[in-house]
Ligand binder design. Structure first.
Ligand SMILES: Cc1cc2nc3c(=O)[nH]c(=O)nc-3n(C[C@H](O)[C@H](O)[C@H](O)COP(=O)(O)OP(=O)(O)OC[C@H]3O[C@@H](n4cnc5c(N)ncnc54)[C@H](O)[C@@H]3O)c2cc1C
Length: 209
């Protein structure tokens, strides 16, 4: 029977991937293995969430302010007001979260490109698009709308055992993120709610399970 070791998976999505693989006949070993423990573990597949470090050497050489990527303002302008930075390398102020972040996703790169194009065409506005992500893992369609920073309450809607469910994350009682597995409808609904004046409380998401 195939064996898979999953490290670095901590969210509902990570658990869903593990459950899905387990249901398909994989043996799932969750947790972090340190090479120092001396144990050799063979695996057919290893899924590791390690993150990335922004490559900002060119920007630094140009004298642009860098801190975990290229620092930009809400209009995606660097410390040189004739240069914009977008995508994976841009460390931008996220209005809804009230902090700076870098996002590594196709949505972020495309929407930030659109924002800079609009500014160059005389229609500047602060970048404030909803972050969303997706990934296909075997027959599991993982989709995320919003960001989980500072989420203080999670509500699971649906049954993870059925391989179709969502986890709703609330920050200060307001819907902040929805992580979905094979639930494209929940993802689409989340994109219509998060960051708008529409509301969904934890109680409502519980009552409609
Ligand atoms: C394996 C993998 C899987 C991914 N899966 C997903 C996914 O499922 N969903 C999702 O939303 N995102 C996914 N991503 C992330 C997504 O691909 C990136 O967030 C997105 O491509 C970022 O776009 P970008 O334009 O900022 O950077 P890039 O797409 O990396 O483009 C940067 C370009 O700049 C060029 N470049 C770099 N340095 C120089 C230089 N000095 N001079 C000239 N050119 C230079 C590079 O060659 C590259 O072409 C994945 C990424 C990887 C690596």
């Amino acid at each position: 029977m195939p064996t898979v070791l999953i490290t670095g998976a901590s969210t509902g999505i990570g658990r869903a991937t593990a459950l899905g693989l387990a249901a398909s006949g994989w043996t799932v070993l969750a947790g972090v293995r340190k090479a120092a423990d001396g144990e050799a573990l063979s695996a057919d597949l290893v899924v590791v969430g390690i993150g990335v470090v922004a490559e900002d050497a060119l920007a630094r050489d140009c004298g642009l302010e860098c801190d975990n990527g290229i620092v930009v303002d809400e209009f995606l302008l660097t410390s040189d007001s004739t240069i914009s930075a977008i995508g994976d390398c841009a460390h931008f102020p996220h209005a809804a979260l009230g902090l700076r972040t870098r996002l590594e996703s196709v949505q972020n790169a495309v929407d930030q490109g659109r924002a800079v194009a609009a500014r160059l065409m005389g229609k500047p506005k602060p970048y404030n698009e909803l972050a969303w992500f997706w990934s296909d893992q075997g027959d599991l369609k993982l989709m995320i709308a919003g960001l989980a920073h500072g989420v203080d309450q999670w509500v699971v809607r649906g049954d993870p055992a059925t391989r179709a469910f969502s986890t709703f994350g609330f920050r200060d009682g307001k819907l902040a993120v929805v992580e979905s597995v094979n639930k494209a409808g929940d993802h689409a609904a989340a994109k219509r709610i998060i960051g708008t004046t529409k509301t969904m409380t934890p109680e409502v998401s519980l009552s409609r399970r």
